[in-house]
Ligand binder design. Structure first.
Ligand code: AMP
Ligand code: MG
Length: 346
């Protein structure tokens, strides 16, 4: 279970904590009512706060989350992903949501030379990250599982997905980002004027905060995950982090192993990055990139960013250095003693 805390700072308002499934509403200083709900879904704690409209927008948002979980989970039988995984190499018809995520997964896989590979699931499972029964697999076992990891073998034709028999996929690296996009869309359609949501620490905002100030978002310190590392101010953006602390275990050899696998060798990605945060317009893209950047390492991640620059990023290296992009420089506030520097454009 991922005990992510709520780490949105909503200006001077108290930080909301997760206390299970509950809802509340309150009168805001601007006379605009706000509504909030905490829930547990997709194996993580989530919080949705909306401004304006009425509480039914939150009901719709929660339904949207539950519906997506039932389509995207690799462990819920009958989900699109489970049906693909048990398809035995036959074409499987999936929802628009699942097809959109797979399309992005394949595109990002190709952009990152396979750093993001949603067919790494057999390895994620073997290391025990799906069940919590952690173990260090033998090299032999890793080699044999690596033979069935290759996102290029996913065939997507409209809404029809074909995965070769023996391969398995999991959309955990992109699902929460996509869900964030859909929750925001749902809140908008159901009358909210503004909202800020946290899906397991992935934050997304839309609209104007009632007091007119920017949304202030904190990013965790990967070395002491109970503490915030920095804050940034955002408009209608997603802020999505992949961190080594999110799901990890210490092996008999005393080494720490985490849930993001390097498809190049089948081991937890250990290329120098311990936390990668992507800030951009679309949750789906940010989520895909955060996982990929984590695997890429500092040099590869900076190279990818320089070729695009439509998003911002914050990287933390295992030697306690912070690197961030110029687009967030004005609002970036370092809360630690780690040195932080702006990534040069060339
Ligand atoms: P995130 O927290 O978005 O970085 O996603 C991490 C999750 O994605 C893991 O818990 C696995 O389910 C899955 N995963 C691990 N390594 C990879 C990888 N290299 N490519 C795609 N998905 C991965
Ligand atoms: Mg991700």
């Amino acid at each position: 279970m991922n005990l992510n805390k709520f780490f949105i700072l909503i200006a001077a308002a108290a930080v909301t904590s997760f206390t299970g499934c509950k809802g509340s509403s309150s009168a805001d200083t601007s006379a605009q009512r706000s509504f909030s709900r905490d829930l547990f879904a997709m194996d993580t704690y989530m919080s949705v706060r909306s401004y304006g409209g009425d509480e039914s927008a939150l009901d719709s948002a929660e339904n949207c989350i539950r519906d997506l979980e039932n389509k995207l989970s690799a462990t819920i039988s009958g989900s699109d992903v489970s049906r693909i995984n048990s398809g035995g190499g036959k074409p499987v018809e999936v929802s628009d949501d699942t097809a959109a995520i797979i399309r992005k997964a394949v595109e990002t896989g190709s952009l990152t030379g396979g750093a993001l590979d949603v067919t790494a699931y057999p390895l994620v499972r073997e290391w025990g990250f799906t069940t919590g029964s952690y173990k260090i697999p033998s090299q032999e076992r890793i080699d044999s599982l690596l033979a069935s990891v290759d996102y290029r073998k996913i065939v997507l034709n409209g809404n029809t997905v074909t995965l070769p028999d023996g391969m398995l996929l999991d959309l955990g690296a992109l699902a929460k980002g996509y869900t964030g996009d859909k929750v925001i869309e749902t809140l908008r359609e159901n009358g909210a004027d503004a909202a800020i949501i946290s899906l397991g620490g992935n934050v997304q905002a839309f609209g104007e905060k009632p007091d007119g100030s920017a949304w202030k978002v904190a990013v965790r310190d990967p070395f002491t995950p109970d503490n915030d590392m920095c804050t940034i101010e955002i408009g209608e953006k997603a802020v999505i982090t992949s961190g080594n602390y999110e799901r990890c275990f210490t092996g008999d050899d005393g080494k720490v192993y985490w849930h993001i696998i390097d498809p190049a060798d089948g081991f937890p990605a250990d290329n120098g990055i311990v936390s990668a945060t992507i800030i951009g317009d679309e949750g789906l893209t940010c989520d895909a990139l955060s996982t990929a950047m984590f695997v890429e390492g500092l040099e590869g991640a900076c190279e990818l960013w320089k070729n695009d620059r439509s998003y911002d990023m914050i990287l933390v290296t295992d030697d306690s250095r912070i690197f961030y992009t110029e687009g967030i420089a004005d609002s970036f506030t370092n809360l630690t003693s780690m040195p932080a520097e702006v990534i040069p454009v060339d």
